[in-house]
Design a protein around this ligand. Structure first.
Ligand code: UDP
Length: 322
């Protein structure tokens, strides 16, 4: 299988490329390097620098390469930034995919694995199923939902098949430690907590301990990035084998409180934390029902919370030394 990975130099894209190459697939990457890094690009992947908002950039790849399946990771994903810059988010996340779909249609490549997010469920609390109501509460989630719908209409009109994955809380790093989450401005719980034990931050602030959960802190569903990436390999194989279009959650069917995550990090090295006020827009509990991905793709996540925090710790330690 020849897979075009759009956004293959980013965090999740690069992990997916590593899993595809382990699976002996041929990989072509298109990335504008706006938030990706050349050092995350697998040496065996063919790399094109280009922007999905530029039709010529996309078309030049399709002109030169035979492609069976396209994967899309080239999105802007920072919620507060999306609130400040909604037009930028619509331009990149929706218009970018529109242009990609147009070129795919012109070149008769009609299989797409698309990265979406639990943010499409909005304020929903509890265990989310794919059939639950979607009501995003920020422009980021809105752009992903709008794009999901666009893909569905295009599939209907032009005979595309797609797998749309809705991600829950992704963290960790590939076992090789060659790739991981590089960003300097980290906001997600696990890398922030890890920074607290490697001397890059004084403490972790826990955003609220008065939620209706067992210890008062929010519950989230954490998934190792390599498990998530491998689901994309299965999704591509599924489409290439004639599988029909589906939307699937990628999570673990279970959740941990913020305090439990802090405890898992504290087991590696002492972590200082303080309790702060609630953060706007945080639902008390968000867990994925992953039954669909398990049943259809036979996807079984294999990494535990302990594996996730340890791999992020090892990666962050490695990159902090330079
Ligand atoms: N969180 C926290 N302190 C931090 C970062 C996150 O208490 O420095 C909490 C956050 O309020 C949420 C959970 O950790 O309840 C997961 O947040 P994250 O930003 O990692 O992912 P989200 O669920 O918002 O996508």
């Amino acid at each position: 299988m020849r897979v075009l990975v759009v956004g293959g130099a980013g965090y999740i894209g690069s992990h997916t490329v590593y899993e595809l190459i382990k699976d002996h697939q041929e990989v072509i990457i298109l990335d504008n390097l706006s938030s990706g890094y050349m050092e995350l690009v697998h040496p065996e992947a063919k790399f094109y620098k280009g922007d999905i908002r530029n039709k010529e950039d996309i078309a030049s790849v399709f002109k030169q390469e035979k492609i069976d399946v396209v994967m899309h990771f080239a999105a802007k994903i920072v919620v507060p930034e999306s609130v400040k810059e909604p037009l930028e988010y619509y331009h990149n996340n929706v218009e970018g995919v529109r242009t990609l779909l147009e070129v795919m249609n012109e070149y008769n490549v009609k299989k797409l694995v698309f990265s979406s997010t639990a943010a499409v469920y909005g304020e929903a609390s509890g265990v989310c199923k794919e059939t639950d109501i979607t009501m995003p509460i920020n422009p980021y989630g809105e752009t992903k939902l709008a794009t999901e719908k666009m893909i569905q209409w295009v599939a209907n009109a032009h005979g595309f098949n797609y797998v749309i994955f809705r991600y829950f809380n992704v963290a960790g790093a590939d076992q090789s430690l060659k790739i991981g989450l590089m960003k300097d401005q980290l906001t997600h719980l696990i890398p922030v907590a890890i920074q607290g034990i490697i001397g890059l931050r004084d403490h972790l602030t826990i955003y609220g301990n008065d939620y209706p959960t067992k210890d008062g802190t929010c519950i989230r569903d954490y998934i190792h990035v390599s498990d998530l990436a491998y689901a994309h390999v299965l999704g591509a194989r599924y489409l290439n084998g004639g599988g029909k279009s589906e939307i699937m959650n990628l999570g673990s069917n279970s959740g941990y409180t913020v305090l439990e995550v802090a405890q898992a990090v504290n087991e590696i090295a002492p972590l200082k934390y303080i309790i702060g006020p609630r953060r706007d827009g945080d639902p008390a509990e968000l867990i994925a029902s992953n039954d669909k991905a398990r049943n259809i793709l036979k996807w079984i996540p294999k990494y535990t919370l302990k594996d996730i925090v340890l791999s992020d710790y090892n990666y962050r330690k490695k990159i902090s030394n330079r």
